[in-house]
Design a protein around this ligand. Structure first.
Ligand code: UD1
Ligand code: CA
Length: 456
């Protein structure tokens, strides 16, 4: 049997945050969600999250993850005290317990798997994931013999100066034989610099404790403050971008691009500089995104081109051209081979295929048929000060430049609306509509010098 416990009860003083530290966001997910996700790959029989500081907030932020058991630690008297809280819920448990801290989001699933298998092969009392850090400041120092058998772990604050020179640190990730740990846990004291019950003291009471160095020391970084959080962003970003480039995505100046790891990209997608892809975004094969675009929770179809644009919660069909400077939002759906151009905003718009809105428009709460042409400067007046209303426009209809369509309104197929019209009533199919003040021309009004001839 395998159980996983995640320490997430601490306050995160060094982060200087109102939000519990483990809920800080890192490329689309919180620190603790990332840890839980990595832990899921060892398919644990039980997953326990130790909560304390602002526990209601942590519990509700994790409510979407099935089969988590929350264990309360109150007050928070240290990492050892946190694990002591498991004695009751795990009293009938036999097997191994993997302990992770909620603030080590860079840990790879393979590393946890490897830790468990080395632990089980060696039949150790405990196996500690260690790392050799260029700057070990702040971490617990691991003292072991040449066979990687650990003698002691001493917290940074309790180390003497010579002990601090030891660069092998504990990553705070462990695999324990639970029965042996359960016997050792009550022995913990708080005789240390921080007057806390340290989990690392438990190694003084266990039989065989072995160190396993992480292949990539960055994985063991604990995120305690905003500088470390920024560094973790960089690490996650480079991992994500490297993965997509290996999978056939071109990135131009990748250091200027950010991609949440919830994003999906097909082969032959090209991402131009200064582009940011967020949330559940999906970009289909052959599309070019950017430069300077921001896309969140949206699907962009095959071979689309999106430049200098913002797209949120929307879908774009194949071969469409978006931008420069478009904003598409509010669950809009744009069909295939459309052109949504310069300074055009779509909100809750359903746009049929081969429809163009190329310049300077606001199209909100609207259904456009296919092959519609929306002239420059067209506005749907969808709001009467109280409620939003729908505009429906049929296939092949042409809206003249600078028209205002006052919703609710239905305009049929094959309609032609004269430029500058303010259309307030429904229009039948196949009509020509001109809804503007007629042009007044007074010939011979000025003389050749530009003076008014007839002042009346
Ligand atoms: C801890 C380890 C240190 C290791 C480092 C790796 C101890 C005593 N020290 O130090 O050896 O090198 O992690 O990152 O274990 N927490 C609780 N309850 C508490 C205190 C903390 O749940 O009473 C949680 C925190 O929310 C956090 C985790 O435990 O997720 C680690 O606590 P933190 O204070 O960050 O420990 P470090 O000083 O980093
Ligand atoms: Ca830490």
């Amino acid at each position: 049997m395998l159980a996983v416990a995640i320490l997430a009860a601490g306050k995160g003083t060094r982060m200087k945050t109102d939000l519990p530290k483990v809920l800080q966001q890192l490329c689309g997910r919180s620190l603790v969600e990332r840890v839980l996700e990595s832990a899921a790959t060892i398919a644990p029989n039980r997953q326990l999250v130790i909560v304390g500081h602002k526990k209601e907030i942590v519990e509700s932020a994790l409510a979407h993850i099935p089969s988590l058991e929350f264990v309360t630690q109150s007050p928070q008297l240290g990492t050892g005290h946190a694990i002591q809280q498991l004695l009751e819920p795990l009293k009938d448990f036999t097997g191994d317990l993997v302990v992770l801290t909620g603030d080590t989001p860079l840990l790879r699933p393979e590393t946890i798997q490897n830790l468990v298998s080395v632990h089980q092969q060696r039949q150790a009392s405990a196996t500690v994931l260690t790392a050799q850090l260029p700057d070990p400041t702040g971490y617990g120092r691991v003292f072991c013999n040449q066979d990687f058998v650990i003698e002691r772990i001493i917290e940074h604050k309790d180390c003497t100066e010579p002990q601090r020179l030891n660069q092998r640190v504990s990553s705070g990730v462990y695999c324990f034989n639970w029965q042996e740990l359960a016997i050792a846990l009550p022995k913990l004291t708080s005789n240390n610099a921080q007057k806390e019950y340290y989990l690392t003291e438990v190694f003084d009471y266990l039989e065989t404790v072995i160190a396993l160095d992480a292949v990539d020391f960055e994985e063991s970084f604990g995120i305690n403050d905003r500088l470390q959080l920024a560094h973790a962003h960089q690490v996650i970003q480079s991992r994500t971008k490297e993965r997509w480039m290996r999978a056939g995505v071109t990135m131009i100046l990748p250091e200027t691009i950010t991609i949440d790891d919830t994003v999906e990209l097909d082969v032959d997608v090209i991402i131009e500089p200064q582009t940011h892809l967020r949330g559940k975004t999906k970009i289909l094969a052959g599309a070019t995104i950017g430069p300077n675009s921001f896309i969140t929770n949206s699907t962009i179809g095959h071979n689309c081109q999106v430049s200098y644009s913002v797209i949120e919660d929307s879908e774009i069909g194949a071969d469409s051209k978006i931008g420069p400077f478009s904003r598409i939002r509010g669950a809009s759906v744009v069909g295939d081979r459309c052109r949504i151009g310069n300074f055009v905003e779509l909100k809750q718009a359903k746009v049929g295929s081969k429809t163009n809105a190329a310049h300077l428009s606001y199209l909100g709460d609207v259904t456009l048929g296919s092959q519609v042409n929306v002239g420059a400067g067209t506005i749907t007046a969808n709001y009467d000060g109280f409620a939003k209303h729908q505009t429906v426009i049929g296939d092949r209809t042409k809206i003249g430049s600078n028209s205002v369509l006052v919703a609710p309104i239905q305009i049929g197929d094959n309609v032609n609306i004269g430029a500058g019209s303010v259309v307030t009533k429904d229009v039948e199919a196949n009509s020509l509509v001109i809804a503007r003040a007629p042009q007044v021309v007074k010939p011979d009004y000025y003389d050749a010098q530009g003076k008014k001839k007839n002042p009346s």
